[in-house]
Design a protein around this ligand. Structure first.
Ligand SMILES: Cc1cc2nc3c(=O)[nH]c(=O)nc-3n(C[C@H](O)[C@H](O)[C@H](O)COP(=O)(O)O)c2cc1C
Length: 194
């Protein structure tokens, strides 16, 4: 049985829930699957595939996720890897303001120029590791859950933050499950040798 490792960096639990659901799908597709927080830095060697996901805050992945990719870049480059970001909140002003529909841009911001630092960090590591794909899924925001960082507290207090941060659980389970099933299918395909 092939072994899959799912690693998640989650501040408020939204991404952890997505990771667990991906894990359930991979198990139902016959993969021996382990789901672990990135902070525990699980060693990917010994796994046939690795999925790494993080919540997005102000255009950057939760730090544990970036730290994980950095720490294990070499080992990850030797096996199939997929990334996932849990970010946009459905109906945020950022979404409705214009035709910016590229999911990565919607979550992590532009690829160049001001505000691109967080995205570039992830993309440089993704290129080094040669990731097979990067899924972006709607996230969740519960304003009654206390902020976990000073920056988060500050953003929540900003005038207009309710437009950027609509409250609710927008996680799109059918989209998450379909993405996971696609990975299971890819992992069933024979690996070309030579
Ligand atoms: C202060 C704050 C800033 C956020 N910034 C972004 C952002 O830049 N891009 C994005 O797509 N989502 C952003 N979000 C939405 C979160 O990514 C979303 O709530 C996600 O589900 C959080 O994952 P977690 O619960 O695993 O921490 C932000 C949320 C908060 C509270």
């Amino acid at each position: 049985m092939k072994r899959a490792l799912i690693v998640h960096a989650s501040r408020h639990g939204g991404t952890a829930g997505i990771a667990e659901r991906i894990g359930e799908v991979l198990r139902s597709e016959g993969l021996d699957t382990t789901v672990v927080p990135a902070a525990r830095m699980p060693d990917p060697s010994g796994f046939d595939a690795c999925l790494v996901g993080a919540g997005v805050y102000m255009g950057s992945w939760v730090k544990d996720g970036v730290d994980y990719l950095e720490r294990y870049a070499l080992s990850l480059a030797g096996r199939p890897v997929w990334l996932f970001s849990s970010g946009p909140l459905r109906g945020s002003t950022k979404e409705t303001d214009g035709a910016q529909l590229d999911p990565i841009e919607n979550a992590l911001g532009p690829s160049e120029g001001p505000g691109s630092g967080g995205r570039r960090k992830v993309e440089i590591l993704a290129a080094t590791i040669k990731v097979r794909g990067h899924g972006v899924f709607y996230g969740a925001h519960d304003p009654s859950d206390p902020p976990k960082t000073i920056a988060e507290r500050f953003v929540r207090l900003m005038p207009g933050s309710k437009g950027i941060l609509p409250a609710g659980d927008f996680r799109d389970w059918p989209a998450v499950e379909a993405w996971a099933r696609g990975i299971a299918t890819a992992l069933r395909e024979p690996v070309a040798v030579g």
